[in-house]
Design a protein around this ligand. Sequence first.
Ligand SMILES: Nc1ncnc2c1ncn2[C@@H]1O[C@H](COP(=O)(O)OP(=O)(O)OP(=O)(O)O)[C@@H](O)[C@H]1O
Length: 547
Amino acid sequence: CPFNISCTHDNNMILQLPAIKLLVNQINYTTRVLEAGDPDNCLPRLFLHHNFSSLIFPFRITSWYWITSPQYDEFTNISFFDCSSLGRRYLMSSYGQDMVSCPIYMAGFYEDMVFTNLVSCTKLSPRDSPPLILSENWVYGIQQNSISLSWSETNLDTRCLECKHKSKKKIILCSAGVIIGSMVLVLLFGGLFQIYRYLKMKDEDHARIENFLKDYKALKPTRFSYADIKRITHKHKDKLGEGAHGTVYKGKLSNEIQVAVKILSNLEVDGKDFINEVGTMGKIHHINVVRLLGFCADGFHRALVYDYFSNGSLDKFISPPNNKDNFLGWDKLQQIALGIANGIEYLHQGCDQTILHFDINPHNVMLDDNFTPKITDFGLAKMCSKNQSVVSMTAAKGTLGYMAPEVFSRNFGNVSYKSDIYSYGMLLLEMVGGRKNTKKNDDEENIQIMYPEWIHNLLEGGDIQISVDEESDFKIARKIAIVGLWCIQWHPLHRPTMKTVLQMLQGERDKLKVPSNPFGPTTSTNTNANIVVERMNLELDVIHELD
Ligand SMILES: Nc1ncnc2c1ncn2[C@@H]1O[C@H](COP(=O)(O)OP(=O)(O)OP(=O)(O)O)[C@@H](O)[C@H]1O
């Protein structure tokens, strides 16, 4: 269409022609005439500047009178006046009508200048356009802001004249449609999102379970072939050390985890240590217990695979505090003492069965990168039911210097979890004193076990061998020493449980009572006293093997 008819929101019909816009008052499709006006109420202005007939193409200007009786129509020369200085409603047209809001006045040849007050207006002479001659009826209509336009059936498609204005009903329907559509969309997307979330959750659940099962499997020690062990240790390339039961090598699992592999010596024919180690360590998990990652039982070859600890074992760090190279500091030593106590408490109380280690000593405590202690070497461990207070033992076992007296002889009482407490006490005293409680004789064969009497001297203020720079350090050293002394009481009944040990280590240090010196008041400045065999002169019971 060369023009456009649309409807405004206040239900007005607008005829948009290429250069001008007219307000349509009515359309008669039968007579093919529409009546229109200037939206600004000033049709004369459109005639002043433009060749009007070209502006309204394809419509033609027409008159109702002319349509009905053209013989009455008279044509006249047109003049234009600018009456803006008069203001509105002042001008009277020759037809006796008020002129409203249009400052331009279109006057016919016979216009009464005085009556219409045109003498007060300025006459305009349209420069570009030729002199305009219009019918009187048109002039009247134009002054009233109304003009009739006709179209011929041939040059206009009637569909172009249909108002595209949406009716209120349509708007309501449309809005309702949009709202309902949006709601349906929201519900649809909401539903889809819920389904997506549900599926995602299911996926995550599945992945979680898979990961759990993977971890769960990894928690159980893996069985390796000897070929695996050779591959893990790169054919025993990196030796970490050698103990009584075998040699330890550094290695790497396929997932780059560093491990320590203990290859048990073939001399160990009955394999009890191996069974003990796998049987106990495979079941337990605690921050202060070394994790057994795997084992190998392949023909005569037996091996145990543990987490690797770069700081090695605690014994490396037991040295007099004035040896600054290896000394960890009293705070760290206290943390280590607490960690080991936690580990032992877990073994005694935290599992289905009580696990007695029987070989607590500084060699069997590994230190991880943060110096968190990890108890290892469960070769001598024994599992017993929780309500079993006494353990039958067929032979003394453990490491000299840390073995409880009752493990040597029943004269001192029954073997029980208190035997581990004794070993732990000895370990504590070694940590405080930075010295061994065993001494090799000249022949290197006989090992003398020393009672750390020096500790009593220390606590009584007589020992000057521990160098502590600060008061707080001295308090830690004193606390560890007192707890150590309680743990190494001759009689198992007098030793505290691990729970009590933990309370003592965590509690206020000043409140701890020093246990009595088993040797009575002594004037000796000797820092060690020989235990059991020499001072107590006790006869040891022979413990018979039962099985
Ligand atoms: N998991 C580990 N990570 C790093 N080093 C380790 C690990 N286990 C053992 N070692 C080192 O290997 C060496 C030998 O250890 P092993 O436990 O065989 O002997 P031990 O504890 O010294 O003596 P024993 O056999 O009498 O218990 C030690 O120096 C120890 O520090």
